[in-house]
Design a protein around this ligand. Structure first.
Ligand SMILES: Nc1ncnc2c1ncn2[C@@H]1O[C@H](COP(=O)(O)OP(=O)(O)OP(=O)(O)O)[C@@H](O)[C@H]1O
Length: 547
């Protein structure tokens, strides 16, 4: 075994002979792709329904689009925004922008005009490549931005103006020198689950590093040139971008793209394409598990499935494992870290409910949440901070926010976590979502895990709602399984048997669905906003004189 340092107990899980660190080449994101193009030109890089692109075809298209972008005046450092669903034009545009030395601005296609305006203005994007049906939203705000052109992608007859970029005009792309450590490749706008979106500057080095770190800790034997990744996680989100796309291309694999999460379609795709990997999010697994056909579909093709982006309830992890036999790994990360920083299982050891240990080349600590300074001993809850090559350069145009989030080379994640004696980390909630009920700290994940273990429950979110006496009170918003019944009192009694009194939800609301982000994350911010709207004077009958 390696020598185990007291501060890094996770090192004991890394047997001697295994690298504690992985080599990170000083190359651009495009060079990572180019390596696979050279080795596997005829292998399929992208599948989208019946369309496929080999590595050679993908690279050819990237070069043609890049040369067209240069003709349109795109220079090193220029921002080009992509507002597209998952489709082959996504990777083509993404790598083409990078080939010109440009910076990809990732935009959620579900954005409404105001959100889009914020990102376009903040990034100062010169050009936008957008899915044609989204044009009305773009038109609403275009005049208030620096956009000089909007290029459209369409799947219907005319195919949009993007099609003309694919024509071979014989232009040459000038060779743009990239400094991987300095040059920003992507502005990854944080999802805004808890607040206004900020552009995390991810350099070429950050992105190459995270791909290499994930490859270096894969629990499976990677077969270069042969892996197939079912990529339904949106590519505009950091999780889809890295785990679905960059990682797949780095190992010469086939990215099987789907534009949205539709359980039927996912099951059909598994049967038809036999993917070997699936980067999913907890709500996708929940959706799959409850589908009647789920048990019938042969899942033996999967070498690994992963879950990230949000806490994976222990109940869901156990069910996926029990009902499919498919191993499921939980990853943790955030936009600001390209995204992955932790992984569970590690070397075959999996602790349910844990996000695992830090990836190679990554350091992590739990520090006092108020001061951000003192390191806390195992078992104590504090803020999780991270250091590693995948950590962003800073936020675009936001010096103050950057100074707050990046301190002495450490990324302050805003997540509350603890580490056990073995060096395994556990997320217990977000700092912003911590519930302070009657002077006690309540960590939502702990309560959610109990609620999820009830057989009638499909989905749950625990939030704090304002309470005149207790400051905040614990509220559970719950979706029941089809046909299941459960009374508020029953659920409260179930929680009371398993949780200390102050953690037990005082309020329970049953709903038919929960608000979710495009990647499928439950939007607690929306739920909280609804609560404060309910208790705001405008909605208070007493204030309106209706009482
Ligand atoms: N395995 C996991 N377990 C628990 N939480 C997770 C896990 N993976 C990711 N998360 C949560 O997701 C967050 C990162 O998400 P992301 O970078 O997409 O930002 P967001 O939530 O969409 O937006 P914002 O940060 O603006 O609220 C982490 O900080 C953490 O709270």
């Amino acid at each position: 075994m390696n020598q185990v340092s007291a501060e890094k107990p996770w090192l004991k899980h890394v047997p001697k002979g295994n690298p504690l660190e992985v080599d990170i080449p000083e190359i651009s994101v495009n060079q990572l792709l180019a390596r696979s193009v050279e080795k596997y030109p005829d292998h399929t890089a992208v599948s989208f329904y019946n369309h496929t692109l080999s590595y050679a075809q993908l690279y050819g298209a990237v070069n043609r689009v890049a040369s067209a972008l240069v003709q349109k005046g795109i220079e090193k450092g220029d921002r080009v925004a992509l507002m597209l669903p998952n489709c082959p034009q996504y990777p083509i545009s993404y790598y083409a922008v990078l080939a010109c030395g440009g910076i990809v601005v990732q935009i959620n296609p579900m954005y409404k005009a105001q959100e889009l305006l914020h990102v376009l203005r903040d990034s100062g994007a010169k050009l936008l490549i957008a899915y044609e049906p989204l044009l009305p939203t773009v038109e609403e705000i275009k005049d208030k931005t620096d956009l000089t052109e909007v290029i459209t992608v369409s799947f219907s007859q005319g195919k949009g103006t993007f099609q003309t970029l694919l024509e071979d005009r014989g232009y040459q792309i000038p060779t743009v020198a990239i400094n991987p450590r300095e040059d920003v490749a992507v502005l990854q706008y944080t999802g805004g689950t808890t607040g206004r979106s900020k552009g995390a500057m991810l350099t070429h080095y950050n992105l190459v590093a995270n791909a290499m770190q994930c490859i270096g800790t894969a629990e499976i034997q990677i077969e270069y040139g042969r892996e197939r990744t079912l990529t339904v996680a949106p590519l505009f989100h950091v999780y889809g971008m890295t785990s679905g796309m960059n990682l797949t291309f780095a190992v010469g694999g086939n990215m099987i793209l789907l534009p949205r999460f539709d359980v039927e379609e996912v099951l059909e795709t598994i049967e038809k394409w036999r993917p070997t990997g699936f980067p999913g999010v907890p709500t996708m697994y929940i959706g799959l598990l409850q589908h009647p056909r789920f048990k019938e579909v042969d899942m033996t093709c999967f070498k690994t499935c992963s879950s990230g982006s949000a806490p994976l309830p222990i109940e869901v992890l156990n069910k996926v494992k029990a009902e499919t036999g498919a191993p499921i790994a939980e990853g943790y990360g955030l936009s600001e870290a390209s995204p992955v920083t932790h992984r569970n299982p590690v070397r075959g050891l999996q602790k349910p409910g844990s996000i695992g240990i830090p990836l190679p080349n990554t350091d992590a600590k739990i520090v006092d949440m108020a001061t951000g300074q003192e390191e806390l001993p195992p078992g104590e809850v504090g803020e999780l901070i991270i250091k590693g090559p995948q950590v962003m350069k800073g936020y675009w145009n936001m010096l103050e926010e950057t100074a707050h989030t990046l301190r002495n080379g450490w990324l302050y994640t805003g997540d509350l976590a603890k580490m056990d004696e073995d060096g395994f980390f556990y997320i217990v909630g977000r700092k912003k979502e911590l519930i302070l009920a009657g002077g006690y700290n309540v960590y939502p994940v702990e309560v959610e895990d109990v609620i999820y273990s009830h057989p009638a429950v499909l989905e749950a979110a625990v939030i704090g709602v304002p309470d005149a006496y207790r400051g905040e009170t614990v509220k559970a918003v719950v979706v029941l399984r089809e046909g299941a019944t459960l009374e508020t009192e029953e659920l409260i009694a179930y929680c009371r048997e398993r949780l200390a009194n102050y953690k037990v939800p005082r309020l329970v609301e049953f709903r038919s669905e929960l608000p979710k982000s495009a990647v499928g994350k439950i939007l607690k911010r929306k739920l909280k906003e609804e609560q404060s709207n309910l208790s705001s004077p405008a909605n208070d009958p007493a204030q309106k004189g209706d009482a």
